[in-house]
Write a protein that binds this ligand. Structure first.
Ligand code: IVH
Length: 679
């Protein structure tokens, strides 16, 4: 490295350090030590240097580092109804599937579904609660269950009414919508933030609401949370009504009667996208009928009645500099292409997934190739195609390693369901000797839907892992904070905040705990099923007991939703000695809340139900949800533990009815079932 380069780097890093120091005092301590003007100057200068010297690219841009800290400075408040996210559709086939799934769930293909089609603004969602017309609560989304109290900041937004004066407003009215910054307004402050979304998020979470007030944020309402009493029947009616009440709604919202109309609207809005004064990343397609929305309900993360229809992806050409193998938490070996950094749709991309060995073979992807990569929404960029005309004559096929980066052998398993050989190669280590798997497991453990520890993200896990501060989950709860305080990038305050966040996270529900263990094939839905089954951690860890395991697994096998993949995986996890040790030392540090029956005084509380045959009015999935809503459990087998066998009118299995009779289970017909639940 030349002397000149050396001194530029030194100068640059000094500036970055200063900015980080100022940020800390501003964001963490709310005590700025320099004026806004001086700060802006410094930042601008540093960004200029970054742009000018390409060799500075190896450092993370200050634009990415700077912004806002998800803060422990706001009070946390539980949402009256969870703020879910949406699943994505990337083309009209996905939208077709969305429609099909709805029809299947409702068990009716003749419904004339009407869709509310709304532009999806790429901003920050917020919830506003009005009691008797007065704004009393304002929350950020947070993790969807618990939000941050940002009422004072939201109140500075002109488009958010502080009170609604109208005769017909519900006593409790929770409005949800998007806080965003207009493109023109963003122009004025663009030096400070990476994009308008960051700008909106950053300013919305300022501790001082006067600082939020300085940035021209806007609000568009699109939905509701808790509303009492609620008399409206359609999403479109709701949007119209809240518009009358003084909320701004999107003028491009429309209704569609079929998939073609959805597509027409999609094409029209995508074409005019750049004329809008805000960024949109797609449309949100919702079932307009609110009663149908309620019937459809949610999966664990997203509603069945809505989907985000994302605008088509953006592509770019670049060179593959290297292909590396990443090992995931389930041991899957994923090849990743390190590419020459390119900007794709406003984001700098330096790696792209190659999915698996087969994909590399099929597309014959090689190191040194010029490839087209594509980014769609938040998904990891992918390699779409190779430009063979640009391939070097000397280039060689990429040989996929047969060993894991830890040295262990790998295999391609046979899929239990399809009986085909898996495309994914996996590390065979099951004893936590594979450091790669162990580290990924930790990242899963602290992730949003698991322990959700603020300030302990993937990067910190990497840092603490290298410093041997965290090697297994229980280490998180026995951290050496004095040491952390003195680490580069840390200090007294951030160490204290981390301690608080870890403390808070140590109280956890049983189902989240089960999910956080990262057992293969046990996602959030299955973790919930198991949480409800075991009810307490003491019961769960009986699975480690080889005498009890067999029987417990037999009972679990009866739960509707658990298949052989899940059973094998549970068996493997709980017969492993290392897992036993890890869990024992972990549990000591935690307070794991027992699972309660979903509905303690439901019509089916503590009852086990099984279905045979199809229903005429509803689908099996809806029937299952109804049982759970009413406090019951759905089993997949007849045994003496079964309380009720419901016989659908369409093709019930005779042998099941016979077996039910032998065991002495109560057997009811489809119409009796409707009567029981008042459907
Ligand atoms: S409805 C259950 N409607 O998109 C979620 N969301 O992942 C219902 N968004 O962060 C959301 N415009 O803030 C809905 N017209 C719209 C929207 C919209 C933007 C955001 C929302 C959320 C994300 C969905």
């Amino acid at each position: 490295m030349s002397n000149k380069e050396d001194s530029i780097i030194k100068n640059y890093l000094e500036k970055v350090k200063l900015i980080e120091k100022y940020n800390k005092s501003y964001y963490d301590k709310d005590a700025p030590v320099i004026s806004d003007y001086k700060y802006d100057e410094l930042k601008k200068k540093t960004l200029e240097i970054e742009k000018k010297y390409l060799f500075l690219k190896k450092f993370e841009s200050i634009n990415n580092k700077i912004g806002f800290k998800p803060s422990s400075k706001f009070n946390k408040i539980k949402h009256a109804k969870p703020m879910l996210s949406l699943s994505n559709a990337f083309n009209n086939n996905d939208i077709k599937d969305f429609g099909k799934k709805i029809n299947n769930y409702l068990n009716n293909t003749n419904l004339n579904l009407i869709f509310s089609v709304e532009p999806k603004i790429d901003g920050i969602s917020a919830s506003l609660t009005y009691k008797n017309g007065v704004l009393v609560r304002g929350l950020s989304r947070g993790d969807g269950e618990i939000g941050e109290d940002i009422l004072q900041n939201l109140k500075t937004i002109k488009q958010i009414p502080h009170s609604i004066k109208s005769q017909d407003i519900p006593k409790i009215l929770e409005i949800r919508g998007e806080v965003y910054i207009g493109k023109k307004d963003f122009e004025k402050i663009k030096d400070k933030f990476a994009n308008p979304r960051n700008a909106a998020g950053g300013s919305l979470r300022q501790k001082e609401s006067t600082r939020t007030a300085k940035i021209p944020l806007k609000f568009l309402a699109y939905g509701f949370g808790e509303v009492k009493p609620f008399i409206l029947k359609k999403q479109s009616e709701f949007l119209k009504k809240i518009n009358e009440w003084g909320f701004k709604t999107n003028p491009y919202n429309s209704l569609a009667k079929n998939l073609k109309e959805i597509d027409d609207q999609y094409n029209k809005i995508e074409k005019n996208r750049s004329d809008l004064d805000y960024d949109i990343d797609g449309l949100v397609i919702k079932i307009d009928d609110l009663a149908l929305q309620a019937r459809l309900g949610n999966t664990s993360n997203s509603p069945r009645w809505a989907i985000a229809y994302k605008f088509s992806s953006v592509k770019a050409k670049t060179k593959i500099n290297d292909i590396v193998i990443q090992v995931g938490r389930t041991g899957a070996l994923t090849p990743v292409a390190k590419v020459e950094p390119v900007t794709v749709g406003g984001v700098v991309v330096s790696k792209a997934t190659l999915h698996n060995e087969e994909e590399i073979i099929r597309k014959d992807i090689r190191i040194g190739d010029i490839v087209t990569i594509q980014r769609a929404g938040d998904v990891i960029p992918q390699v779409v195609s190779v430009d063979l005309s640009k391939r070097d004559k000397q280039s060689k096929k990429f040989i996929f390693p047969t060993k894991c980066s830890c040295g262990s052998e790998t295999i391609k398993e046979i899929n239990i369901n399809t009986k085909k050989i898996d495309a994914v190669r996996r590390c065979l280590d099951r004893e936590y000797k594979c450091q790669f798997i162990a580290k990924e497991k930790l990242k899963h453990f602290v992730s949003k839907d698991a322990f959700n520890i603020e300030g302990l993200g993937k990067k910190v896990i990497d840092q603490f892992w290298d410093l041997t501060l965290i090697k297994k989950p229980s280490d998180i709860f026995n951290l050496d904070y004095q040491r952390i305080e003195s680490l580069e990038g840390w200090g007294k305050l951030s160490a204290k905040n981390l301690k608080t966040a870890i403390n808070i996270s140590s109280k956890i529900s049983l189902d989240k705990f089960i999910y956080s263990l990262g057992i293969r094939h046990i996602g959030q839905e299955n973790a919930k099923l198991l949480g409800n089954f075991f009810k307490s951690i003491t019961k769960l860890i009986e699975l480690f007991n080889s005498f009890k395991r067999e029987n417990l697994l037999k009972n679990i096998a009866e739960l509707d939703g658990i298949g052989s993949a899940q059973l094998n995986s549970l068996k493997e996890f709980f017969s492993n000695k290392t897992n036993n040790e890890i869990l024992s030392s972990l549990i000591m540090n935690l307070k794991i809340k027992n699972s309660k029956a979903l509905n303690k005084d439901g019509k089916l509380t503590d009852k086990t139900i099984m279905f045979t045959g199809g229903f005429e009015k509803i689908s099996r999935s809806e029937a299952k949800s109804l049982v759970e809503e009413n406090g019951g459990k759905v089993l997949g087998n007849i045994s003496s533990k079964l309380n009720m066998l419901v016989v659908g009118n369409s093709k019930p299995t005779k042998s099941k009815i016979e077996k039910g009779k032998t065991v002495g289970v109560k057997i009811i017909s489809e119409s009796e079932w409707y009567k029981l639940l008042n459907i």
